[in-house]
Design a protein around this ligand. Structure first.
Ligand code: MGD
Ligand code: MGD
Ligand code: MO
Length: 763
């Protein structure tokens, strides 16, 4: 068997020569391999590796808080770096306590179950007595808080979606809000081993299923056959869903029996829907004024949905918006009114296409995971409130019905994430980043997060350490041997934390006496027993190492989402207070949050195309996930570089919008609003509706050295808005953002994102 390695974007076969990896090839059992990983050995990436521990000059000379991202770094020995890091942790712990350390460390880091940077950093900080954590994710901030109140927790729902094969057989109409972007299903957390979305869509279309894509962009769906595209103003889907509900009710097409037996609160929602509570019926004509979708098409679509087996789908991006709870709640309500929830091929899906997970036919069991220990610190933030926390210690925020205070953070510890990729309003984050005394980052590459740190500790990559590859409901569990020598002096995150824990008197607590090899064997054997309970028989650790992989594709017991609940809601209640789908939630209503009442509602987002404010910034900016990368990972690779325009991230505009501004395809443009500005390369396409601009995430943040506030590489997060989705969830709202686009200055500054920082020797 070939030597394998696993990334979030797939498994690859490793060609070796002289004990070192020399080439990567697609995994032979993957029907639709992703090209992203084929470039992981590229010299363009190797050049940007962090080779030695480094400390920012201003910090080393007197812990100056100014100069982050600008000072040169001094390269030091591991002894010096570990002493400095342990000493600073000790100082902060003694003077301010564990509540002054922020260790949320959000980010995707790498695949591989043991060397999972978040688990490592959390376990390490817990061994020292805890840290301030973060909850939820940038991916699903609003949905993770909302869904447990109205159906079930997101993780539960994601792992139980109706299988593609069932939809192929039964679904006759597939209506999706935000497409089924196969570019996104290249990825699954832990490793998309068999890419099934392109094939799943194709087979459904071949079986005669009709697709309707309701999205500002047409190209987020590809079934291999023609489909209907209904362009919709971004962030207005809730209004359309309400209008579809209105038609179903007005024409008596709703399933009153299902609403009575499986749902709660429909009557209260109905008073809002008909306008009894606010004088405004949520009818198709009302929705047309908001969404831009013709009323007659909405009416007809509601009838078509009721007449046949219909699957509704929603992209996660819809809840990454102001009032992002509402489209998810409205979708569930619409599906409940259609009454097909739990029927084969009917009901709803939450992100077919968001990752490779949804629609897998395989059984699930919990794979190997490093235990994170116990965190006695109660302070936390909703993950996307980091800048608010740093800027506003002691300030109050609401979250899921509670009111909490932001802690006073002195030390930020990050391993396996890139806040200068993922956070919104990066100019504000820059300001927030100057508040803590110290920022420690473990990184593999000189990313923006590494450059913004005080102490930078070089970490190994997946290819440089032994690990186990496994993702929920994928087809194989895979042994990942080390296939390269570590770059420079890079060490495993585990080895770094073990050495720090030793210095801080927590060595045994962190390691439990195991080295990395010991942990791999231990974690695998634990998981093997859990797998056996799910009917999956795995070889022992030595057997897996010998074979390289083991198949775990055992069919799931119930390939239809919520089928048990449908069959018997008393025997299989949902984990909601009523045991039913909550169209009205007494719990949420009881929170008394002004911007998230007890049932789905349309609320105008802070920025959108219907607002009076659009004259200065008349384009809605979508910053979706990039085709050629996972977030900012591998941005310097040849694949990512080939997609850029004049070395900058491409911004897609409709030709009419470009013409109105005198702009032409391929030119460098300035994208701006009151929060910031960046340069990007213009790409014209009719796949983006007029009034909308698309600038995918992931170009490494590249602020100009002067104080112009100009970002040179095309990072959309200098433009995005940093407020919470609502007082309920405080989720990230990257998709709520207006901008204007104009020609760039005649001599635009060069991109410098992929240059090394100034590295000076000690002394
Ligand atoms: N505008 C806008 N912004 C967004 C989004 C959007 O839609 N629009 N989407 C958001 C979403 S959904 C997400 S999930 C976030 C993603 O944000 P992140 O997950 O923070 O982004 P990544 O680029 O994946 O960052 C992972 C980092 O970990 C490093 N790394 C990898 N492996 C290891 C390891 O083993 N050890 C260590 N120490 N480091 C490692 C990589 O080099 C990389 O720098 O972005 C969010 N930001
Ligand atoms: N290649 C690749 N794949 C990835 C990732 C990556 O970085 N690269 N990241 C992964 C991660 S962490 C996540 S969370 C998922 C995210 O998965 P999603 O959140 O689903 O991904 P996006 O690409 O942001 O958005 C999907 C589509 O929604 C549309 N859309 C945006 N706003 C609206 C709206 O208001 N209404 C409607 N109807 N449509 C809208 C966009 O045009 C886009 O085509 O992707 C995962 N997959
Ligand atoms: Mo995400």
């Amino acid at each position: 068997m070939a030597i394998l390695t696993v990334t979030h974007w797939g498994a690859y076969e490793v060609e070796m020569a002289g004990g070192e990896a020399v080439a990567l090839r697609p995994f032979r059992h993957d029907p639709d391999p992703s090209p992203i990983g084929l470039h992981m050995l590229a010299p363009e990436l190797d050049r940007l590796r962090i080779r030695r521990p480094a400390i920012r000059k201003g910090w080393l000379e007197g812990r100056a808080r100014t100069g982050r991202g600008r000072d040169p770094f001094i390269e030091v020995s591991w002894e010096q770096a570990l002493d400095a890091t342990a000493g600073e942790l000790r100082r902060v712990l003694d003077m301010h306590g564990n509540r002054a350390i922020f260790g949320g460390s959000y980010g995707w880091s790498s695949a591989g179950r043991f060397h999972h940077a978040q688990s490592q950093v959390h376990r390490f900080l817990n061994s020292l007595g805890g840290y301030v954590r973060s909850t939820d994710s940038y991916s699903l901030g609003a949905a993770r808080v909302l869904m447990p109140h109205i159906v079930a927790p997101m993780d539960e729902l994601m792992a139980r979606h109706t299988a593609w094969s069932v939809m192929e057989q039964h679904t006759r109409l597939f209506v999706t809000f935000g497409g089924v972007p196969a570019k996104n299903a290249q990825i699954s957390q832990g490793g998309a081993i068999q890419h099934r979305v392109p094939g799943g869509l194709r087979r459904m279309a071949e079986a005669g299923c009709r697709f309707v894509n309701i999205s500002p962009t047409r190209d987020d769906l590809d079934t291999g056959a023609p489909f209907e595209w209904l362009p919709i103003r971004p962030n207005t889907d809730t209004a359309l869903m309400l209008a579809l509900c209105w038609v179903l009710h007005a024409e008596g097409l709703h399933d009153a029996a299902f609403l009575a037996s499986h749902c709660t609160g429909f009557d209260r929602f109905l008073r809002y829907l008909t306008g009894a509570t606010d004088g405004q019926p949520k009818d198709p004509a009302w929705a047309e004024g908001i969404t831009g979708i013709p009323a007659a098409r909405t009416t007809a679509l509601a009838r078509e949905m009721a007449a046949t087996r219909t699957m509704l789908n929603i992209a996660w991006s819809l809840q990454r918006a102001h009032h992002g709870e509402q489209p998810f709640w409205a979708l569930v309500t619409l599906a409940a009114m259609l009454g097909q929830v739990g029927l084969p091929g009917g009901g709803f899906g939450l992100g077919y296409g968001a990752t490779n997970l949804m629609g897998s036919p395989n059984a699930r069991f919990s794979g190997p995971t490093l235990p994170q220990g116990h965190n006695p610190v109660r302070d936390f933030i909703p993950v996307a409130r980091i800048a608010d926390m740093l800027l506003n210690p002691g300030g109050a925020f609401t979250y899921n019905g509670g009111t909490h205070a932001y802690p006073d953070i002195r030390l930020v510890y990050w391993a396996g994430g890139n806040p200068f990729h993922h956070h919104q309003d990066l100019n504000q984050l820059m300001e927030a980043w100057s508040k803590p005394d110290t920022v420690v980052v473990h990184e593999q590459y000189w990313t923006p997060a590494a450059r913004m740190a005080d102490i930078v500790l070089p970490a190994t990559t997946t290819l440089e350490r032994e690990d186990i590859g496994y993702a929920n409901r994928e087809s194989h569990i895979i042994h990942m041997p080390a296939v390269r020598r570590p770059a420079g002096e890079a060490r495993d995150d585990y080895a770094i934390f073990a050495a720090l824990a030793e210095r801080l008197g927590a060595g045994a607590r962190f390691t439990e006496g195991r080295d990395a090899a010991g942990w791999l064997r231990h974690l695998y054997e634990e998981s093997r027993q859990r797998a056996a309970k799910a009917g999956v028989v795995l070889p022992d650790w030595d057997g897996l190492r010998q074979a390289g992989l083991a198949e775990v594709a055992v069919p799931a017991a119930a390939p239809v989402f919520l089928s048990e609940f449908r069959a018997d809601p008393q025997a299989h209640p949902l984990p909601t207070p009523s045991g039913r789908i909550e169209i009205f939630s007494d719990t949420i209503a009881g929170f008394g949050i002004a911007d998230c009442p007890g049932h789905p509602v349309w609320r105008e987002p802070a920025e959108w195309l219907g607002a009076a404010a659009t004259r200065r910034h008349p384009l809605h900016l979508l910053s979706d996930q990039p085709v050629t990368r996972l977030h900012s990972q591998l941005d310097p690779s040849p694949l990512s570089a080939a997609d850029k325009v004049s070395g900058r991230a491409p911004i897609c505009l409709h030709p009419a919008d470009a013409a109105a501004r005198g702009l032409v395809d391929g030119q460098v443009v300035r994208v701006f609003n009151d929060r910031g500005a960046c340069l990007a390369g213009l790409r014209l396409t009719e796949a983006v509706m007029p009034g909308v601009a698309r600038l995918s995430t992931g170009a490494w943040f590249d602020p100009a050295d002067d104080d112009s506030g100009l970002e040179r590489h095309g990072n959309p997060n200098v433009l995005t808005l940093d407020i919470g989705a609502s007082g309920l969830s405080q989720g990230c709202i990257a998709q709520t953002c207006l901008v204007e686009v104009a020609a760039a200055p005649a001599m635009p500054p060069a991109v410098r994102a992929h240059e090394l920082p100034d590295l000076l020797p000690m002394g």
